[in-house]
Design a protein around this ligand. Structure first.
Ligand SMILES: [Zn+2]
Ligand SMILES: [Zn+2]
Length: 390
């Protein structure tokens, strides 16, 4: 399954075009049109799902269905790469390489369509919006994108892996994300007369410090947890004690029991400190993805498939999150890291991807999809024969 020079050149130019016109999560209207027109040109049917942005399409006639997923949104970052195709949209940048993901899935779609007659099943293409807001996966799932789908394949570009390598591991790869907002309410007053009020800033400060003891004192050192308070919002001026303070931040974990324990300790600390001085506390948990957890059998099958053209490496797990995990809550899935050998990490204003890596991403989709579909076809045939014998 070679990627022709001609197709690759087209995919690279689409990648650069999308890169120049990045769109924020949920606003990917132009990108959606670029994807649709590429698919329409190749007569790849688009499924009539109720989505404002993003595209779900399908290749193949009958048999088991597997899905290939790419995310399409950009970030509110001002690009400073000085590339010839640098972002033309002020303050918005493809700093996570979702332009690369989108282009590679288009490339794979073109080749799979050419081979449609030989496919032993159907391949659903999911161009997912709003990954950076953790909203897109849930939106496309709710719209029905996974209906009938047995397994799903995704990946993220990885700047610190060399081009030609693919990071694959079963089990946990990326962390479960919990996002919190805490509101501490006391009584505002003059800064010179604190005894006339009830100062929420002091309480908030104690909470921030105390939350750090969850990791250092309450969870086993062998388990992975991060608790980060990243925003403190309270007060307007130097001589007024405010009525309330808002804290924002995130918790990262891999195991579900540790996640629950951490959240419980978090709630205890917040409630206890505020309660001790008669202040009110409210905790809002913002829905966020669970951990990316790769299916064991699927990982082995994909390793087998991609070893033909790439070097497989054991990737380091990361405490970053990915809303691909929402698909894996529904069906078995595999999420890989594809090396792009680039100097800056995700979300950096100098972030870039090397186009030389695109061919590996396209082949990752192609080889894994066809290999897995063959396996599924074989198992469903076996299942039918066994049923017939009973
Ligand atoms: Zn990102
Ligand atoms: Zn990303």
């Amino acid at each position: 399954m070679n990627v022709s020079e001609e197709l690759l050149a087209e995919i690279i130019s689409i990648r650069k075009d999308i890169h120049q016109y990045p769109e924020l999560s949920g606003e990917e209207y132009r990108t959606t049109e670029v994807i649709k027109s590429f698919l329409k040109e190749r007569s790849i049917p688009i499924l009539p799902l109720d989505l404002a942005t993003g595209v779900v399409a399908e290749i193949g006639k009958e048999g088991p269905v597997i899905a290939l997923r790419a995310d399409i949104d950009a970030l509110p970052i001002t690009e400073s790469t000085q590339l010839s195709y640098q972002s033309k949209v002020q303050g918005v940048m493809h700093a996570c390489g979702h332009d690369f993901h989108t282009a590679s899935l288009l490339g794979a779609a073109a080749i799979l369509k050419e081979r449609e007659e030989k496919l032993k099943g159907r391949i659903r293409l999911i161009f997912q919006p709003a990954e950076e807001q953790n909203l897109g996966a849930r939106q496309v799932i709710e719209a029905g994108a996974l209906e009938g789908v047995e397994q799903i394949i995704g990946y993220h570009n990885k700047p610190d892996l060399p081009i030609g390598t693919i990071g694959l591991k079963s089990g946990h790869l990326m962390a479960a994300v919990d996002q919190f907002e805490v509101i501490i309410t006391g009584v505002g007053t003059h800064a010179a007369a604190p005894h006339n009020g009830n100062d929420p800033l002091v309480t908030a400060s104690q909470i921030v410090t105390s939350l750090q003891t969850i990791v250092s004192r309450h969870v086993s050192p062998l388990d992975t947890v991060v608790v980060s308070v990243t925003k403190i919002d309270g007060g307007n001026t130097w001589n007024v004690i405010p009525e309330s303070v808002v804290l924002k931040g995130t918790i990262r974990t891999f195991k579900e029991d540790i996640q629950q324990k951490t959240k419980q300790l978090f709630e205890q600390i917040v409630t206890a400190y505020a309660g001790a001085v008669n202040q009110k506390s409210e905790i809002i948990w913002i829905p966020s993805p669970p951990s990316v957890h790769n299916d064991l059998i699927l990982t082995e099958q994909v390793k087998e498939a991609v070893s033909i053209f790439a070097d497989i490496v054991e990737p380091e797990v990361t405490l970053g999150g990915e809303d691909f995990a929402f698909y894996q809550q529904e069906i078995p899935g595999i999420f890989a890291f594809i090396g792009t050998g680039a100097p800056y990490e995700w979300h950096h204003p100098n972030f870039l991807v090397q186009d030389e890596a695109l061919v590996y991403a396209i082949q990752y989709y192609l080889y894994s999809a066809t290999h897995i579909i063959n396996h599924l076809k074989a198992t469903s045939k076996k299942r039918l024969t066994e049923e017939a014998l009973h």
